[in-house]
Design a protein around this ligand. Sequence first.
Ligand SMILES: Nc1ncnc2c1ncn2[C@@H]1O[C@H](COP(=O)(O)OP(=O)(O)O)[C@@H](O)[C@H]1O
Ligand SMILES: [Mg+2]
Length: 551
Amino acid sequence: MNGKTRNQPELSQRQHQILKLLQAGKVNKEVAQELGIGLGTVKQHLVAIFKKLNVSNRAMAVSHGMEMLHEQESRESVLPMADLLECRPCVVLSIALPEDASQLATKLMYGSLAAMASANDAVFLARNGNAGDVIFGIQRVTEYDLAIAVQTARAVYDDLQAMDAGIAGTLRGCMTAGVAFASMKRFGGWTGEAIASVAIATARELLNDVQPGQFAFDPTALDLIELFGIGGMQQVSPTMRLPELKNLHWTGSRRAYHLVGRDDELGQLYAALTEAAKGHGKLFVVEGEMGMGKSRLCDAIAKLCLKHEGDVSFCRSLPSVLGNCLYDTVKGVECSVEQAAVSLRAEPVRFPDLVVVDDFHLLTQDQQILLSAAGAEAVGKGKLVIFSGRRGIRENAARQTGTNAFGMISLRRLSAHSVQVLVRDALGKGAIDGRASKVQRIASAAAGVPLFAVGLARHHDAEQLALPLRVAITARLDSLHLDHHLLREVAKNAVGTSLAEAAANLGEDAAALCNQVEHAIAAGVLAYSADGWLSFTHPLLRRAIGNLAME
Ligand SMILES: Nc1ncnc2c1ncn2[C@@H]1O[C@H](COP(=O)(O)OP(=O)(O)O)[C@@H](O)[C@H]1O
Ligand SMILES: [Mg+2]
């Protein structure tokens, strides 16, 4: 569906008002109260609005309404040039105590919600009826926002528990995910003004059905969890008891598909494993952008090691907001980086002895150096050590081990053929109709990135870019602090634009804009084609930034 080809619907003033309230996350009851009309009347208006907008539910009505605004803004620049209305993936946590809860308990709940929100750059909204929402992803998106939301719910529960176990037992909460339209600054970050999201209303509605002491995840949240990995020893289920949340960890492990197109890389690691079986150790650094298959590759070598009756330790690094420690995926417990260094230095139990530290880039500089030094010692004792993470982790490893003393594997995009095989695997038994053309289309949109292939296949019927993919892309872009005006401008045309044209459209000096272009090129987001056109290095980046529908 293309928004531009729809006829612009004429909403009455009242209908417009109601749409605005829906966009602000109000439920029917609140809309009725606010406008001083009956619940039945609100419902009648809703039916009329859906009909005019040609949609079938409120979620679509809200997003369609926002889309109209978004498109209009792209065309006419309604907001001052400094701000941009952006479509951002967000995670919403909704928490409530019973209406008759003591003031002390409510104050404590609001206090811990607000503290967690501000520590994590999230937006906190207090609500009537002893309830509150925290929205993650407006200021900045990360792939572990879900895990932080879970941790926030846990913190509120723990704080109440410390005060009075009885009251903690009456707390209830839930989590949803969706997109939000928010006014953003040119180089990222929320301006603090406009924000509208149907996910907020969804969370509030879901919360109504949650029993005291329980926590619920809606299907979109579960979908994100599936792609980004939360769980561990205890698996996430749609409804859990609040105290059980403490057993959930950010595992970062995604669903494993049959490994394709990494024969060379796995071959290198396998050769090292054979050596390690004889007690000859080696350190490897596996580097690649998010979703290139680092964890998948490490998984494959770990399986091979187990098959050879070796010893495997597989740890995932956690970011500072989640405690800056490691999660031991074999034992299902967290451990400190210091503890991990001690076990790296310990004598091997048996050969081959494999130690993997995944998402190494999330550790602090000091932690990386500590583990690298311990890793070098482990290699001396005959272990095979793999540090895996995003670009730039090799420097710390090099400093501690001496350059070239370690193997380097850089994961690049998969071949078109491998991606097609992966897409077929991920589609599974779904998408029978027009399967061949679907595989082609998805594979070409994924352009060599396995995570994109998997994500697109899982949502092969979606008109819009699926939420998990938006999270992946936005998280990467947010970490780069690029010029959003420039990106938006480049996203307008599929073929790209020239620097002069972009500068003219933005009303800026080409020389000044040139710096921003170079920055975006260095970050791997934009590139010049042979004939001088500036465009995105990956088609999904353009789609996410332009908020464009799937083809
Ligand atoms: N070579 C591959 N063959 C099959 N599936 C892959 C491959 N590389 C990645 N995947 C799948 O793509 C998704 C993302 O890969 P992952 O290893 O989590 O990426 P990274 O750790 O680099 O962020 C996972 O579902 C993974 O199973
Ligand atoms: Mg990974």
